[in-house]
Design a protein around this ligand. Structure first.
Ligand code: MF3
Ligand code: CO
Length: 290
């Protein structure tokens, strides 16, 4: 993997000796790789400087969601949310990562009820009492990317949808409990899937999470329907999203051919999603955006 001696300076640019820096992590990676596990390449392991930058971006992403949360109530349009996101992002000297991304026309995804993800804000889409909406925000700050999303209830929401949102929050929490160096991403996804099906729900298979930081979407692609003892090995410096989409009914979804973005549940039943951006640390995890 490399010819570094234990007393050479580490490859990560920390100016520390290799043996005091990434040596033991590299040994863990090598041993997992020999056993046939998927392991992260060096380009996915962020340096301290990169982590600092991604953390700053993540703080802004979280601040943006805090800001917009105050305005989300019955009667506003999803375009109002889009304008608020654009305004606050620019005010914080950041760039909405979604705007123009692969042609996406707005600064935020707003996905209501049976929309699974990638809902496009519109002045014609008004939030009504009883709706649930996912607001998914992604930010570029100083060249570093961040991504997180939350669910919002519009006025009073029925028991079924309220429970769906509670369960998706629990799913993310259980997923986070599997995040640690030496853990496997498949175990994280397994924990999420198990909790969702225990509650009678399903987890969307076709869309997943991703590495993030230096780019919007990096490797690995992450499933939340996975088997134990599979998936990429987690090591300190790996940054990725946990963002399961939990459906009240079938896990089948379809793409809106009219805009080529928005995903809907096949049976028209509600879907909910929470997204956090997480860093694997030396002894567990740090949430970088939520
Ligand atoms: N946060 C969403 C994701 O990671 C953003 C989708 S890209 C967009 O999948 F262009 F639709 F915004
Ligand atoms: Co994402």
């Amino acid at each position: 993997m490399n010819n570094l001696g234990r007393n050479d300076l580490c490859w990560c640019g920390s100016k520390k000796k290799y043996k005091k820096c990434h040596n033991s992590i590299d040994e863990m990676i090598n041993s997992y790789q020999l056993q046939g596990y998927v392991v992260p390449g060096r380009e996915l392991i962020k340096t301290d400087e990169q982590i600092f930058g991604i953390r700053e971006s993540g703080k802004i992403n979280t601040t943006i969601l805090d800001y917009v949360a105050e305005y989300i109530k019955p009667g506003i349009s999803t375009e109002d949310i889009n304008e608020l996101i654009y305004y606050i992002t620019r005010k914080l000297n950041a760039i909405p990562a979604q705007l123009g991304y692969e042609g996406f026309p707005k600064s935020v995804c707003t996905s209501i009820n049976n929309q699974v993800c990638h809902g496009i804000p519109s002045k014609d889409v008004i939030l009504h009492e009883g709706d649930i909406v996912n607001v998914d925000v992604s930010t570029i700050y100083n060249g570093y990317y961040s991504d997180s999303s939350r669910m919002f209830c519009i006025g009073r929401v029925d028991k079924e949808k309220t429970k769906l949102i509670e369960v998706v929050k629990e799913c993310v929490k259980l997923g986070l409990e599997e995040v640690r160096p030496g853990g496997l991403l498949g175990n994280m996804g397994y924990a999420i899937h198990k909790h969702a099906i225990k509650n009678g729900y399903s987890v969307v298979r076709d869309i997943g999470g991703h590495g993030i930081g230096l780019e919007f979407h990096e490797d690995p692609w992450i499933s939340y329907v996975s088997e134990k003892n599979t998936g990429m090995l987690m090591v300190p410096g790996l940054v990725f999203t946990i963002e399961p989409m939990i459906n009240m009914g079938t896990d089948e979804v379809f793409l809106d051919k009219a805009n080529n973005w928005t995903i809907y549940t096949a049976d028209g039943k509600p879907s909910a999603q929470i997204e956090v951006m997480v860093l694997v640390t030396s002894n567990g995890y740090e949430i970088l955006a939520n």
